[in-house]
Design a protein around this ligand. Structure first.
Ligand SMILES: [Zn+2]
Length: 403
């Protein structure tokens, strides 16, 4: 069958994307190295590279020669040729990052959402703050390729937030609403993009099968198996936060009772700690919460972590309460996905990652099928609080190709 012009154009764009993503991963590569990596003939590679150079997306640089021959010409991404923005929306804050074309973070801003997190309030805040951030590009605003938004919840391919239990949003046409306000292309992502940031940080992870468990304002997992980030048929893969642990438990944001998220998410834990202390629980936290009052669940959970370090008995009880529930969901996910790596992330997990890792390991003996035959590395997430804006920026760079 003969290739149509559209086929060739798409193949050309695919190769351009591939070369850009290899340069993003490796920094600098010679044309010969690129040809070898993507199995292209040298004349095809030359024409793709010259197209990228004409668009200003890649630049040439001189490498080091280890012999007496000429210095090799290396290619690298031109960082200031395009920009992307990554925005994380969660019930406590809006985190905005501006990234260059290598996915390097240029500017970030974190806006607290103490008053409200209704759709109108969040969108008004983004619309007000975003221009002030992109102004720092000094006239290069038109080089913004797109804006990636990420939030915890299920998102349709059309960019409609179908349900975000942490934000309490249902059927919000977020892409359309933000494109009108920001006058730029907007793509909406769930939170699985953060795993991409983690893999970029440690490329060796690309060859692993990963279960990434996040316990923060929401509870969820992202799954990377056989070289691919799994999405599932409706984009809801990895919703371990809605595994029901206690059918008689409190109502979860999803409408069911006793989901893991309704028991151990950051805001739930912060409320539990405040209530227990108010009801007379003896703990170093009762003094600390008076001295450092805060509306933000992260702050209360951080204090709990400090109390754990001091072996405060109440704080240790809460730690064991979280671990027991987390173990059940982790075991269910291990049985289902068979990972060789578990990454523990989020501001709840980070208070005592080592303990939670050991606790999951112990619990596997009783809860996981054939556990002696599994060799699972359990590690802490490394990207910290920038993982979502970085991950969403990398997704935008992959999904929107400069014409
Ligand atoms: Zn739920």
């Amino acid at each position: 069958m003969k290739n149509t012009p559209i086929d060739s154009r798409l193949a050309g764009q695919r190769n351009e994307r591939l070369i850009l993503s290899l340069l993003r991963e490796h920094g600098e590569l010679s044309q010969t190295q690129l040809c070898r990596m993507i199995a292209l003939g040298s004349s095809t590679a030359s024409s793709i590279v010259s197209r990228l150079r004409d668009k200003g997306l890649v630049i040439e640089t001189q490498g080091q020669s280890d012999k007496r021959g000429p210095k090799p010409i290396l290619l690298k991404i031109n960082p200031s040729s395009r920009y992307v923005a990554g925005i994380e929306i969660n019930p406590s804050y809006i985190h905005i990052g501006l990234f260059d074309f290598t996915a390097g973070l240029l500017i970030k801003s974190k806006l607290q959402l103490t008053a409200s997190h209704t759709v109108d309030y969040v969108l008004d805040t983004i619309e007000r703050q975003f221009p002030a951030i992109v102004k720092k590009l000094n006239g290069d605003q038109e080089k913004i390729l797109g804006i990636g938004i990420t939030l915890s919840g299920s998102v349709s391919p059309q960019g409609i937030v179908q349900l975000s239990s942490t934000l309490g949003w249902k059927q919000v046409p977020l892409k359309e609403m933000l494109e009108l306000r920001l006058k730029n292309k907007v793509l909406i992502y769930g939170t699985r993009v953060r795993l991409m940031a983690e893999i970029a940080q440690e490329p060796e992870l690309q060859s692993r099968n990963i279960l990434y468990i996040n316990v923060a304002n929401g509870v969820g997992a992202n799954i990377y198996m056989d070289g691919k980030l799994m999405t599932g048929s409706t984009g809801r893969c990895g919703e371990i936060g809605h595994i029901i642990y206690d059918p008689d438990g409190p109502v979860c944001g999803c409408g069911h009772n006793g989901c893991l998220e309704s028991l151990i998410s950051g805001p739930i834990l912060a409320d539990k700690i405040r209530k227990d202390i108010h009801d007379g629980a003896k703990s170093i936290l009762s003094d600390w919460l008076v001295k450092q009052p805060s509306e933000m669940p992260e702050d209360v959970v951080d204090l709990w972590g400090k109390a754990i370090e001091q072996q405060d008995e109440y704080a240790l009880q809460v730690r064991d309460y979280v671990a027991e529930r987390l173990n059940h969901a982790a075991a269910a996910a291990i049985n289902t996905f068979d990972p060789d790596t578990i990454i523990l992330a989020g501001y709840v997990c980070r208070q005592c990652t080592g303990f939670f890792a050991e606790s999951i390991r112990q619990a596997m003996n009783g809860l996981v099928y054939d556990s002696p035959w599994r060799d699972i590395r359990i590690m802490a997430a490394r990207c910290g609080e920038e993982s979502l804006i970085k991950g969403v920026a990398m997704s935008i760079l992959q999904d929107i190709h400069p014409i």
